[in-house]
Every structure is written in structure tokens, then in C-alpha cells.
Design a protein. Structure first.
Length: 223
């Protein structure tokens, strides 16, 4: 049984319609309609099987869900070098924001030094979803103990006007306001972001439970 056959067995037509509205750039005929828990279950099965390498080499995939399973499989690879190179090879085939956003490889967490050069390369990419993934990894992995002020500049270094990339930059800075307020607030006081991203990041920060009420009041004055 192929992976697509396995996906077809658990399809949900109502969910397919819902997903097609979330990813309007993907033709509905390329969406099966499979919920995330099932996709993760299938990914674990693929990861434990002898067909993993053949599935990962079958690019491009036809279905949206095959791409999601692909990235979920990659997230399970514990060897950093193997994982990051497989991620790097797959990113050019990522064609929508949910595929870019739902997978966080477990091997990245303890290999920040090796990961950072890849993140810088990904953020500089002209491929929107490669750059979006790079910014998300910077947000996930480098706003904690390994934070440096220069990472705020890095997050806004790709000047693409694409909506999905600008939204990711806004998400990054809203998270930075929650986790690194003192360093990131300067970018809003000095209006370092373009006007749309500036306002969207503040909006997201105002919606966040992780930003204090005092900080929210000040952010409202900077809109």
C-alpha cells in the first residue's frame, strides 16, 4: 500500500473542504482531507518502516498531505546531519504555509551551533516557504538562552513583500515581545519594521497571553 493509499483510507470530505479554504493556493484535487493526528500516526509508521527512504525520495509529492507526512517524518530523525540535509533538500518543494509551519525537528534543539548557518541561508532564500521556515526556526530555537540581538535583524532581513513571509516576521516579533521585550521593543519605538508588519506584530502581541498588560498598554501607543 502506498502512502497516498494509506491517506485515502482516513480521508474526511468535510475536513478536505475546510483545508482547501486554509490553503487557497493548493488545488482542491491535491487535497485528500486528513486530520493532523492521523498524519502524525502515518508519519511514525513510515519512519519505522523500510519504505521511508523511498517515500522521501519521491519528490514532488502529488498531495498536500504527503508533504505534511514528509515533514513529520523528517522531524523524527534524531541524527542532526541527516535531518538538516533532508530538510534542506525538501524545503524547495514546500508550497504552502501549513507544511512550512507544522514540523519542528527534534534534532535541532541541541545543535544550535550547526543549525544557525542553515537558518541564515533559509531566511535569505527567494523561495517564500523556505524563508518562512527559517524565520520560524529562528523564533523557536533562538529566543531563549541562545538569543543574540542580531537575530532580530536577521528575522527582518528578507525584504520580500509576500503576505505569508511578512506574516511570519510579524509572528516572530510578537513572540520576541513576549520573550525578549527589552531588546525587541526598540524596533517598534524606532519603527524599524515596515508599517504593515509593525502593526500586525503589535496586534499579535496584544492577543498574546504572554505579553504583560503594562507592555500591551505601551504597545497600543506605538501602533
Amino acid at each position: 500500500m502506498t502512502i497516498s493509499d494509506r491517506l485515502m483510507k482516513v480521508k474526511d470530505e468535510n475536513y478536505r473542504q475546510f483545508q482547501s479554504r486554509l490553503v487557497p493556493n493548493i488545488p482542491i484535487e491535491n487535497i485528500i482531507g486528513v486530520r493532523t493526528p492521523e498524519l502524525r500516526k502515518i508519519a511514525r509508521e513510515v519512519f519505522a518502516s523500510t519504505c521511508m527512504d523511498s517515500f522521501l525520495s519521491e519528490l514532488p509529492h502529488k498531495y498536500y498531505e504527503e508533504n505534511l507526512v514528509h515533514f513529520f517524518v523528517l522531524s523524527l530523525i534524531k541524527d542532526f546531519e541527516e535531518c538538516v540535509h533532508k530538510v534542506d533538500a525538501f524545503l524547495p518543494y514546500v508550497d504552502c504555509w501549513p507544511v512550512s509551519d507544522q514540523s519542528t525537528p527534534v534534532s535541532f534543539r541541541k545543535n544550535h551551533g550547526k543549525l544557525l548557518p542553515f537558518i541564515k541561508k533559509w531566511i535569505a532564500s527567494e523561495h517564500v516557504y523556505t524563508a518562512r521556515f527559517g524565520i520560524r526556526m529562528l523564533m523557536n530555537e533562538f529566543l531563549g538562552d541562545d538569543f543574540k540581538k542580531e537575530y532580530l535583524e536577521l528575522a527582518m532581513s528578507n525584504k520580500s513583500e509576500d503576505y505569508y513571509l511578512k506574516m511570519m516576521v510579524a509572528w516572530f516579533f510578537a513572540t520576541a515581545l513576549a520573550k525578549r521585550y527589552d531588546e525587541s521593543i526598540v524596533f517598534f519605538e524606532e519603527h524599524r519594521l515596515d508599517d504593515w508588519t509593525h502593526k500586525k506584530a503589535i496586534q499579535k502581541a496584544l492577543e498574546s497571553f504572554r505579553v504583560s498588560e503594562a507592555h500591551k498598554q505601551y504597545l497600543m501607543s506605538l501602533r
